[in-house]
Design a protein around this ligand. Structure first.
Ligand SMILES: [Ca+2]
Length: 481
């Protein structure tokens, strides 16, 4: 064997090594520039959809639904959230969700729902919804669009549909966890309903079309679940079934969303969103600079940027009164334009969150968290949520004995509530609220230490930032199956 024949493979090896290093460098330098057209590949013959959220909610309760629709061919900008201020009383016609039966009142009839007026009526939200729908019709060229309401959003939708002129702009209506599937002006409608839903309205017994959800699905999951999407899609497409219930994987998922005030949903214009690449195993930043910094526009919109599949990100919202807010999310595999950051404290219009009411829990020496599940709620006996291996879906934090009918929890607040330096796994005094719960968990602040959150088989690692500086750290799971 000559020297030459030995050197040849060596050269190849060296060339391969250089190529590998170059590829690694290229992988390091991800280009976050968004696509020119977020609707690329979408079928513009599909009827656009407007989502109307419920009490205390925002468009992000339809995050998973929107990705299902775009995975089945809808253009991203055809599928849009209408946000409104749920702190505002809806006026005489806004009936709101059916009042919940009181705790412990097993078998007792819930308070009666007020009667709707016979003719056309409006709420404080109807005019804005009408303008929003007109703008979507203009932009897409459709005379009629589809409408989805959830919970209080079905009361707002009922007010909208009470007027023949407004109803004429709606092709199909899906009422989810709320009002009837029949409406006075005859828009074809489906009610999505479930036995596990405490907000179940008269939708089940009014003679309208009903899509029944599995019994474990509570008031939130009837809105967010895959089964709910299946029924709504099929109804909106005249019996044609969805092609897939998987989120179509993309090489460059486009990601955008909104920064708004908590509960009021006022756009926090002028804020900025930093996107940081973080290490999956620790949640710590991989670079000295953010991947991209994005402004928040007049309508509260930020982004889009091109995300790297499987890469977890930390989002930092800057320029809002409480100081930087840190949000850690499960990675994106499919484009997602419903990524909301709702900031509470000191916004011009806001409702205080439990931590705003209890700022003494945001200390230098501890970390505090808000865990959210975007694909529904945290359902006892169906899901497990662990922090550093400790179960959180336990009595009394999320009681398994109550069952989902009484219990739709989307946000779980974690802090050392009694400041004793120990994890007590009790609920925290002063943290009660609709759709939220709390747990006394002691996590010493140390940015070099990571906290592991595990929702079923999904893991997010997050640095233990001091609560005094970082505020409550948001930990957001999009999926749980
Ligand atoms: Ca404690």
């Amino acid at each position: 064997m000559s020297l030459r024949t030995i050197r040849q493979p060596l050269r190849v090896l060296i060339a391969c090594a250089i190529a590998a290093v170059a590829a690694a460098a290229a992988a390091q330098a991800w280009d976050p520039t968004p696509r020119a057209d977020i609707d690329e590949g979408g079928d513009k013959s599909r009827t656009p959809i407007v989502f109307v959220h419920g009490q205390n909610g925002a468009g992000d309760q339809f995050e998973r639904q929107s990705m299902h629709f775009t995975s089945n061919g809808y253009p991203a900008s055809w599928v849009v959230p209408f946000d409104y201020n749920t702190a505002r009383a809806g006026g005489a016609g806004a009936l709101g969700p059916r009042p919940r039966p009181g705790a412990g009142s097993e078998g007792a009839a819930p308070p009666a729902r007020p009667q709707r007026p016979a003719g056309p009526y409006t709420t404080g939200t109807t005019e804005a919804l009408d303008q929003f729908i007109d703008e979507l019709r203009r932009r897409t060229g459709f005379d009629k669009v589809n409408l989805v309401g959830h919970s209080r959003g079905t009361a707002e939708s009922a007010a909208y549909l009470s007027d023949p002129a407004r109803a004429a702009k709606i092709a199909h209506y899906a009422t989810v966890g709320g009002g009837p599937a029949t409406n006075p002006n005859g828009v074809p409608s489906i009610a999505i309903s479930g036995l596990g839903d405490f907000g179940r309205g008269p939708s089940s017994d009014n003679g309208g079309v009903v899509g029944w959800m599995p019994a474990y699905q509570d008031h939130v999951m009837v809105c967010t679940s895959d089964e709910s999407f299946w029924e709504i899609y099929t109804f909106f497409n005249d019996g044609q079934k969805p092609k897939t219930l998987r989120m179509t994987p993309e090489e460059r998922p486009q990601v955008s969303g909104y920064v708004k005030s908590y509960i009021h949903n006022k756009p926090l214009t002028g804020a900025t969103v930093e996107v940081w690449e973080v290490a999956p195993a620790t949640g710590r930043r991989l670079k000295a600079k953010p991947l991209i910094t994005l402004p928040v526009g007049e309508d509260g919109r930020w982004g889009p940027f091109s995300a790297q599949p499987a890469q977890p990100y930390e989002f930092v919202v800057l320029g809002t009164a409480p100081g930087p807010r840190h949000i850690y999310r499960t990675p994106f595999t499919h484009s997602d334009h419903f990524v909301y950051f709702r900031i509470a404290a000191d916004a011009e219009d806001y409702t205080p969150s439990p931590f705003d009411r209890n700022p003494h829990l945001l200390t230098d020496t501890t970390s505090a968290f808000v865990v959210r599940h975007q694909n529904g709620s945290l359902v006892p006996a169906v899901m497990t949520l662990k922090i550093n291996g400790t179960d959180l879906i336990i009595d009394p934090i999320l009681p398994t004995t109550q069952g989902p009918r009484q219990n739709a929890t989307v946000g779980l607040y974690l802090a050392d509530g009694n400041a004793n330096g120990k994890t007590d796994l009790t609920t925290i005094e002063g943290f009660a609220g609709a759709f939220v719960s709390s747990a006394d968990v002691f996590i010493p602040a140390d940015p070099n230490t990571s906290v592991e959150f595990r929702l079923n088989n999904h893991v997010l690692n997050v640095p233990a930032l001091p609560a005094s500086k970082a505020g409550p750290i948001s930990v957001v799971f999009e999926n749980w199956d």
